[in-house]
Write a protein that binds this ligand. Structure first.
Ligand code: 13P
Length: 282
């Protein structure tokens, strides 16, 4: 159907759109298949770490191709780039959205790098996501030990000095598997949403959050939810369990197909909940 921008995809329905991490051809196909089965839009994302591995440009190219051929709207998204160079590379590959993550920088520097990326992206009709506050946890093999919650006092200044299509927030969410029960600061989210007004808010670290937490987040203004670890977990657990059924087959044809189907089912369930199911829990 269509490769669409982040700005466009976040307006399609009144829930949140799921963004799922891609690692290879089969994870990408599974994500698109899940969205097609649900009949809902989806965001195919790849981290700057995986995209920059040798030979991995082709995964970016495949993501763009799959998006163009899909029967539902698909946004192809670069996740967590800390530099302009990787954003430009993704734009050259045909991505429709990039994230410039200056959350580790002082506010003024975060604003400056975000504006540099936005200037380049606007010329190509590409959307931009930024981040304020930093998440703890492991993303693309990089560990951030100490979270920095998004300071509502910074939100107005950041949004008035930039022109972004989405803002990722840190409200107790973390990348990777949560250690213990995740606790989200919904009062903070509500305050941020009041300041951000029509700028969509983004929730990273979706793996391990409860349905109630997703529902409350969407109710308060979350429009995009990132899921990475659950894609890997679903894929690898299916790979191992399928292989263990017939170890001597080393079946490189059927095992990836099983992984693809398992990822598709997980994505379908999540997309349906983020788009509509959350309303039943409010
Ligand atoms: P999880 O791996 O915790 O699902 O987080 C993914 C993410 O937020 C990518 O930006």
């Amino acid at each position: 159907m269509a490769l669409v921008t982040l700005k466009e995809i976040l307006k399609i329905h009144d829930g949140a759109v799921g963004a799922f991490s891609v690692y290879d051809q089969f994870s990408a196909q599974g994500i698109v298949a899940g969205a097609e089965e649900a009949g809902l839009p989806v965001i195919l994302m790849i981290g700057s770490g995986p995209l920059n591995k040798p030979g991995n440009d082709y995964i970016g190219q495949l993501m763009v191709q799959f998006a163009k051929e899909a029967s539902v709207p698909v946004c192809v998204f670069l996740d967590h780039s800390k530099d302009l160079k990787t954003c430009l590379k993704a734009m050259k590959l045909g991505f429709s959205a990039v994230m410039i993550d200056g959350s580790h920088l002082p506010l003024e520097e975060n604003i400056a790098i975000t504006n540099k990326v936005t200037e380049a992206a606007r010329a190509l009709g590409v959307s931009v996501e930024a981040e304020l506050g930093a998440l703890a946890g492991v993303e693309d093999g990089e560990e951030v030990k100490q979270a920095k919650m998004t300071d509502p006092a910074h939100v107005e200044e950041f949004l008035s000095k930039t022109d972004v299509d989405g803002l990722a927030v840190s409200i107790g969410n973390a990348h990777g598997l949560y250690k213990g029960e995740p606790k989200l600061d919904f009062d903070r989210l509500q305050t941020i949403a009041g300041i951000a007004k029509d700028v969509p808010l983004i929730l990273h670290g979706g793996t391990g959050l409860t349905l109630e937490q997703f529902a409350k987040g969407v109710q308060l203004g979350i429009k995009k939810i990132n899921i990475g670890t659950e894609v890997k977990k679903t894929y690898i657990e299916t790979f191992i369990s399928t292989h263990e059924k017939n170890v001597s087959a080393y079946d490189m044809v059927e095992i990836p197909q099983a992984c693809k189907r398992a990822v598709a089912q997980m994505v379908k369930d999540k997309l349906e909940f983020f788009a509509k199911g959350w309303k039943e829990l409010i």
